[in-house]
Design a protein around this ligand. Structure first.
Ligand code: 26Y
Length: 820
């Protein structure tokens, strides 16, 4: 028998309630009087988990039996967000469970908020991985997400005296009901040491890697449900532990403390997520983390082959492995090592298998963000991999030499080793050479990859390059986060849009229906009221739900230009103070986002936003017509409350810098209009929703290039209103007379301004005037808002995943029959 022996699969309200109390008693060891809210949350989480397990086990059984082709999504980050709500939606029991809980006298929403979200990512790249594995499950594609089970995820941000402060993210403090450890599938990962040639028992030349350290990798599995399907795929995250055998060796020498210290240092490997930071270059622990999870995952894949009795020569037939940026790119060398050294596959065949296995997604055009590892560090940590990379490089450069006769400069540019000064391993080059497909994440980005960053590789292998425009899952970003909109939409066009987002188009005619427009505005207003309550609770600032909610939420970075936004806020304030009776559209400017802890200018931008807010929010002359809110700790949970409440989405990066953006899609789906540049996926959003429903401004990528080439001088733009705004900040008006505080930021803009804030200011300000005017005609705004949502179908991650499956992974769907 494989079926459950009890009734924990029943989907009735009574069963939910009974199991809820059973869990409180038997799992949490509590009775109601002593139970905390978190105990209740966990009791409910286990009710839901029980109902996922039949799907999970049935799915694993089907894949094992059928030997299905499997996508392995390699990512150093999975920014999952809270599981409970999403699992309820995907199981189709959200409303029934809400009723069951409410009937018990508990506040359902409060219980959902108890979940400490797994913040195992920095931002866009990690959240994309989360949307992708959800879509893979919904599309019934056999897949595994492979990553790291960080004990501390992205730091928790608090605002103290207007400054960002960081606190560690103790997400595992109360336990994690969604994961199941699988210590029986732990593997060992080697690090450091040296290599030596030897002859094996068949007198073959082999290489032995003698490491100086072993770390155990223990998998923790989390089920990932598809929406209204029986599929439950697996997110497999690795935790680092000390291998028992090593402990024993040290114990036997009587070195108890040494053994304990070794245990501590092993566990460091999965201790903390690195915040996306410039100062990261060359951090040994980071490379160790990357290698740790990649090696563990590839060993796990060999284990799966073995169980399914598939020969290692068919690795690439069983698995399609996607590299989410270069963070897992060491996988190229590791798979070669496992094939050659551990499975005695000849080089040429191993290389063929490796290339057919991997595909690489690039997520950035910023040259400083491309990962390079100093050669000495690499040699010390991964001596065997460096040898393999040298061999890959030698063979690769031979190919380039023949193709591009006499072009030694090209050879130097393309080499896997940067030898212009101190030597580095170029991870993007390793990823390109080891992959059969390379893609960017929006059309513009993919074009720029071919023209700039990876131009030489494109010229060598043009057919390997493609585009996969990002998407987001409508389950989390609409159905779960915006139940009011979901209900309104489904009452008119049914609910198939949840798995076929292009059906939102059927809302288009309703944009001309006055009654529908009013309902649409009512939903938006209700979401704004909800958010106003959150903002009040978290910041103490009262905001007016009838004002225009103008929102910029994303990591704080100069290229994303939060400072352009706040300069415009100061301009509005200045206009208002200069002419107190000026007629302005009341606005609430909402900001949210984390700055990397070592990124001082980004932290100063936060301080400027909060400082402007402190003045503007209190100035009686403003009469509440402008408010500025910095919502602390922007994360998935907060995002779910912000996107539905937004009227205006700020997507104002310098053209050519934002690879795609995905927040822009979440806003548009939920009926916000975009003010944005011709950058990343903004271009495609504008194309879909129509230029008349999008506020465009700013220089285009070629114009940015031309201006920079001609010698950009920001001071040339410093006149009129911009000059007055800059002077006001510089004077210390927003810093209690301290004229030094914002100097680094202001001087940087006046003298360098690498992201062309000044050059785009005027165009931005004019577009904002159009926004203000448009918002006065609420009825027309509603029309535009409806059309934004109706035409956002392209930006479902289901569409993106289908394209990856068709063009790169060639992985067919495998429907699951439940084992009963
Ligand atoms: C090296 C390191 C610590 C590191 C860690 C995280 C470097 C970069 C990152 C994260 C990058 C990231 O989030 N990139 C974003 O990827 C999104 C998904 O493709 C894009 O939408 C977005 O434009 C891009 O900035």
């Amino acid at each position: 028998r494989t079926e459950p022996q009890d009734e924990r699969t029943a989907l009735t309200k009574e069963a939910f309630q009974r199991d809820f109390f059973n869990n409180l008693f038997y799992i949490l060891g509590k009775f109601p009087t002593l139970a905390t809210k978190n105990d209740y949350y966990q009791a409910l989480a286990f009710v839901v988990r029980d109902r996922m397990l039949q799907r999970w086990i049935s799915t694993a059984a089907a894949y094992t039996k059928q030997g299905s082709r499997t996508v392995a999504y390699f990512s150093a980050e999975f920014l999952m967000g809270p599981h409970l709500g999403n699992n309820l939606v995907n199981l189709g029991i959200h409303d029934e469970v809400r009723k069951a809980v409410t009937e018990l006298g508990l506040d359902f929403n409060e219980l959902l908020l108890e979940e400490d979200e797994p913040g195992l990512g920095n931002g866009g790249l990690g959240r994309l991985a989360a949307c992708f594995i959800e879509s893979l499950a919904t599309l019934q594609i056999p897949s595994l997400g492979y990553g790291i089970r960080y004990e501390f995820g992205i730091f928790h941000q608090e605002i103290v005296d207007g400054w960002q402060t960081e606190r560690t993210d103790k997400w595992l403090r109360f336990g994690n009901p969604w994961e199941i450890p699988r210590p029986e599938w732990a593997v060992h990962v080697k690090l450091g040491g040296y290599t030596e040639p030897y002859r094996d028992e068949f007198y073959r030349h082999r290489v032995r890697w003698v490491p100086d350290r072993l770390v155990a990798a223990v998998p923790y599995d989390t089920p990932i449900l598809g929406y209204h399907t029986n599929t439950a795929n697996t997110l497999r995250l690795w935790k680092a532990e000390a291998p028992e055998s090593f402990d024993f060796a040290v114990f036997n020498r009587g070195d108890y403390y040494g053994a304990v210290m070794q245990k501590v240092s092993s566990e460091n490997l999965s201790k903390v997520l690195y915040p996306n930071d410039e100062q990261l270059q060359g951090k040994e622990l980071r490379l160790s983390q990357q290698y740790f999870f990649v090696s563990a995952s590839l060993q796990d894949m060999f284990r799966i082959l073995k169980i399914q009795k598939i020969p290692v020569e068919r690795f690439h037939e069983k698995f399609a492995a996607q590299l989410n940026d270069t963070h897992p790119a060491i996988a190229v060398a590791e798979l070669m090592r496992l094939l050659i050294d551990e499975n005695v596959v000849p080089w040429e065949q191993a290389w063929d298998i490796t290339r057919r296995t991997f595909a690489y997604t690039n997520h950035t055009l910023l040259p400083e963000a491309l990962e390079c590892w100093p050669l000495p560090l690499f040699a010390k940590l991964l001596p065997r991999h460096l040898e393999i990379i040298f061999e890959i490089n030698a063979r690769f450069l031979d190919e380039v030499r023949i193709r591009f006769y006499g072009d030694e400069e090209r050879i130097a540019r393309m080499s896997l080793i940067d030898e212009r000064g101190e030597r580095y391993v170029r991870m993007a080059h390793l990823a390109c050479v080891g992959s059969h497909a390379i893609n960017g994440v929006a059309e513009l980005h993919s074009e720029l990859l071919k023209q700039d960053v990876l131009r030489d590789f494109y010229e060598l292998w043009p057919t390997r390059f493609g585009n996969k425009t990002n998407g987001v899952t409508p389950r989390r970003w609409m159905a779960l986060s915006n139940p009011r909109l979901t209900k309104l939409v489904s009452s008119h066009i049914g609910d198939e849009w949840i798995t076929d987002l292009s059906q939102l188009r059927r809302l288009e005619p309703l944009a001309e229906d006055a009654g529908f427009r009013q309902q649409w505005l009512d939903v938006k207003r209700a979401c704004k009221c909800d958010f106003a309550a959150v903002a009040l609770k978290k910041t103490g600032i009262t905001i007016d739900p009838d004002s225009l909610f103008d929102v910029q939420v994303k990591r704080i970075h100069e290229y994303k230009r939060q400072h352009l936004n706040i300069l415009h806020v100061v301009a509005l304030y200045h206009r208002l103070r200069s002419n107190p009776n000026v007629d302005i559209t009341p606005r609430t400017f909402i900001f949210g986002g984390k700055a990397a802890p070592g990124y001082h200018i980004a932290k100063l931008i936060i301080k400027l936003i909060t400082s402007v807010g402190d003045v503007v929010n209190r100035d009686p002359a403003v009469r509440d017509r402008l408010k500025v809110v910095f919502l602390p700790n922007f994360n998935v949970k907060n995002g779910q409350r912000i996107y539905p409440a937004a009227d205006l989405s700020e997507q104002v990066s310098t053209a050519g810098k934002e690879a795609s953006g995905t927040g822009n899609m979440k806003f548009s789906m939920n009926g916000a209009l975009t003010i944005g540049t011709m950058d990343g996926a903004n271009i495609e959003i504008r194309e879909e929703v129509g230029a008349e429903n999008f506020f465009l401004f700013g220089l285009t990528t070629p114009e940015v290039g031309a201006l920079k080439a001609s010698g950009y001088n920001p001071a040339n733009y410093l006149d009129g209103e911009l000059k007055e705004v800059v002077e006001l900040i510089r004077s210390g008006f927003f810093s209690r007379g301290d004229a030094e505080l914002f100097r680094p930021l202001i001087d940087g803009l006046v003298h360098h301004d690498p992201y062309l804030v000044f050059a785009d200011f005027d165009s931005y300000s004019k577009a904002q005037q159009q926004v203000s005017a448009a918002y006065q005609d609420r009825d027309h705004w509603a029309r535009m808002s409806i059309l934004n949502s109706a035409r956002s179908g392209k930006f479902s991650s289901d569409r993106t995943i289908r394209e990856y499956c068709d063009d790169i992974w060639k992985a067919p769907a495998v429907p699951i029959r439940l084992l009963t």
